[in-house]
Design a protein around this ligand. Structure first.
Ligand SMILES: [Zn+2]
Length: 347
């Protein structure tokens, strides 16, 4: 249902990226999000940013896409991982083994990638505790855990040989990539700025056709001991972190944003403003819902969306908790815990 004009736009932007030696390779995933964008950077070293999930289908299409540009997997010299989600890094270990490529990722992410199996297991335990604490019925929590365990095969542990510090530079022959940590969608989101061209490789930090879901995730580093009186199991404020990260990106002068899914973004500041308004609107709607009485985050999600698919339960919970965190930060909502379940109430 797009007009020719709309279809023409991404083509022009992809052509501009290609002119800069950056080629989008859209790789299939088994997930609801659809294809994931890997980017081939024809420079020295020959670089691939993200890789797609660990599946034969993804590998097959990646090989074809590389071949269409005259390259083989064995030619890749540098692999960059943008964040901890398996649709982005699942193939990295196989690619690194076959090509001998270096693997670069944010330093904070390296231990997670090296121990992916155990880390994913710990993520699931963390998610399980959050879900129970926010009113999701135990049978849904159990079902989701099974789903999550079955997804794990699309990931694979990979050793990072070039850990990157936030703010550092990755120098290629024809460009310098500035490494910027922009947590929120996940704790490890890293964006890469091609400095001379003002092109931002943004992965899932900013996506044009969907609002990136700030999933509640385990922090990458053990957090400091909670201050006396603070709740011991305080959850991460993923949406607040994400909004701060978006504000930093909005302030950048960019010619083009190349995201991890979907089409390039030419007007990132306008899109980010839209996202700010949307999150504010959703927070207000939730504030309206609980004006009539206290509710758990699960009850609020149910009120908003009815019975969602089991696989969506954690996404919708993360979304509601994110908006509740906005209201809590403004002092317009308070939370109380009773019998292990948290309820939110208008302040
Ligand atoms: Zn992601």
């Amino acid at each position: 249902m797009t007009s020719d004009g709309e279809r023409g736009q991404p083509e022009r932007e992809l052509a501009a990226a290609a002119q800069a030696g950056i080629h989008r390779l859209a790789i299939p995933t088994p997930f609801q999000v659809g294809r994931v964008n890997a980017y081939l950077i024809e420079d020295s070293p020959l670089t691939l940013l993200d890789s797609g999930p660990n599946s034969a289908k993804a590998m097959d299409e990646l090989e074809q896409a590389l071949a269409a540009r005259g390259h083989a997997v064995e030619d890749i010299e540098l692999l960059i991982v943008t964040h901890q989600h398996i649709d982005h890094f699942g193939l990295a270990s196989i690619l690194a083994r076959r090509s001998g490529a270096e693997v670069a990722a944010l330093d904070l992410l390296a231990p997670y990638l090296a121990r992916f199996g155990q880390e994913a297991e710990a993520d699931d335990r963390f998610a399980q505790a959050i879900m129970l604490r926010h009113g999701i019925p135990a049978e849904i929590v159990t079902a989701l855990r099974a789903v999550s365990a079955s997804f794990r095969a699309w990931g694979s542990a990979v050793e990072v040989t070039r850990p990157l510090a936030h703010g550092s530079q990755l120098a290629l022959r024809d460009r310098t990539l500035r490494v910027l940590h922009r947590p929120g969608h996940s704790p490890s989101d890293t964006v890469f700025l091609d400095e001379s061209r003002a092109i931002l490789l943004a992965a899932d930090h900013l996506i044009k056709h969907i609002s990136s879901n700030p999933l509640l995730a385990r922090p990458l580093l053990p957090r400091a001991e909670p201050a006396a009186g603070a709740p011991a199991d305080e959850r991460p404020r993923a949406l607040l972190t994400y909004l701060d990260s978006l504000a930093e990106t909005r302030a950048m002068e960019l010619s083009l944003v190349l995201p991890g899914h979907g089409q390039p973004i030419a007007d990132h500041a306008v899109l980010i403003e839209e996202r700010f308004r949307m999150h504010r609107r959703r927070a207000e709607r939730i504030r309206g819902l609980i004006a009539s009485g206290p509710a758990s985050a699960h009850e609020i999600a149910h009120e908003l969306w009815g019975n969602v698919a089991v696989t969506q339960a954690y996404l919708t919970l993360s979304e509601v908790l994110g908006h509740l965190d906005m209201l809590l930060a403004d002092g317009r909502v308070v939370e109380h815990e009773r019998d292990g379940v948290v309820r939110f109430e208008a302040a």
